[in-house]
Design a protein around this ligand. Sequence first.
Ligand code: CO8
Length: 261
Amino acid sequence: PMSYETILVEKKGNVTLITLNRPQALNALNSRVLEDLIQAFAAFEADRTQGCAVLTGLGEKAFAAGADIKEMVDKAGAEFYAQDFFAGWTSQIVKTTRKPWIAAVNGFALGGGCELAMMADFIIASENARFGQPEIKLGVAPGMGGSQRLARAVGKAKAMDMCLTGRMMDAAEAERTGLVSRVVPLDQLLAEALAAAEAIAAMPPLAAMMNKEMVNMAFETTLDTGLILERRMFQVLASTEDKAEGMAAFVEKRPGTWKGQ
Ligand code: CO8
């Protein structure tokens, strides 16, 4: 089994809680964090007992204050390109994690931290959360999806404002603009996120994965194609044992029990 250096991983029933654990650097994301998260998400994905994950940051101050600037300060442009630096976040976490996961943002989510939160299926934020893409102040730009996922999440006006001024958005603005789904007091954040994750983990697992896939499809295709895909996926789900059980349980006024097939 993998030993993690920069994260904590805990199974709580059917929910995997992953906690970024570099509070001395405000949970800044370096290459080791990426390696650890790739392993943790792969283990979560492979474990049939686990139905949903929650990602949060240790401490009250930061979810993650960005990619680790100290790791990038001496890195040459050619190296960033040769290593395709930052590519692994999308290719080895976002695309390989087909089960749902939630970001519980507990403070600063800046730069790569905001981008990591946006990789989640949805974000629940604490009242003290702050979101931003301040890369422009460092002479660069978002590198882990900030310009693309933020524009899709909150639209052009807010995304341009955030990327060009580098200002921070508070939790209320993040909720108003649709960046986050819920805002709760900091002392309730983990309970709220874990309860949401438990609710998802209690759903028929194939349906949970396909609902996620369907919503993500909306950002990849036209409405007509998306609607066809949606119907086809519905039709696939309709052939599962869990569909037969789910609908029978409703008719018989009892809770369903799921097989994941
Ligand atoms: N990287 C490394 N270390 C960090 C980072 C970071 N992103 N953020 C904070 N830290 C460290 C600080 O250096 C400090 O360490 P030390 O005590 O050893 O000096 C410790 O965390 C505490 O931070 P502060 O003392 O700064 O705490 P404050 O409360 O004064 O300020 C802030 C909090 C406002 C969050 C401040 O830390 C800050 O502005 N951090 C940087 C935010 C930022 O710019 N993030 C974007 C980073 S760039 C990025 O994510 C993507 C880059 C894409 C590049 C593409 C290239 C191809």
